[in-house]
Design a protein around this ligand. Sequence first.
Ligand code: HEC
Length: 152
Amino acid sequence: MKVSKFLSLVACVSAIGVAADVMAQARPEVLVKQRQAAMTLQGKYYAPIRAMAQGRAPYDAAVVARNAGYLDGLTRMAWDGFNPTTRDLKSGTLPAAYSDAAKFKESQDQLIADAAKLLLLTKGGDEAAIKGQILAMDKACSGCHEVFRERQ
Ligand code: HEC
């Protein structure tokens, strides 16, 4: 076999491997667990900085900057777990997340944009602006929960 043919065969076989991996990850129960885990971590890194923005905890710029970095990633992670294949499983998600997918997506984009803006602000160090942005993010969380998450 020529080297080039061999290489394309290797590429092909590994592409099938990757596709199989992706499909293996797409089991609905796993998707629900993963999206809840992403949300849980959002809560873990958001709650302390909200307390700071609300004046309930002393402001710590280093923690805010670190958490803003984490949240910039975490706020992007849950969404591909809301696959229609998970629709009938028990979870905290209301059917509206699937029937009003456009609005659900809009709420996701709002949160992602808010987290990106917060990260940018933490590079500057304007404490009042940072606190304002943390509180703006709170609206993105609760705004979506009110419509798409079961009442706790
Ligand atoms: C675009 C909508 C949306 C946004 C924005 C959003 N959430 Fe959620 N959240 C949900 C939904 C839907 C669930 C229910 C998930 C499930 O059980 O399937 C949820 C569940 C949770 C949970 C419970 C997770 C678990 O273990 O069951 C926590 C904690 C949470 N969200 C925190 C947050 C925080 C903090 C923010 C803002 C930084 C946020 N969420 C932003 C839609 C959203």
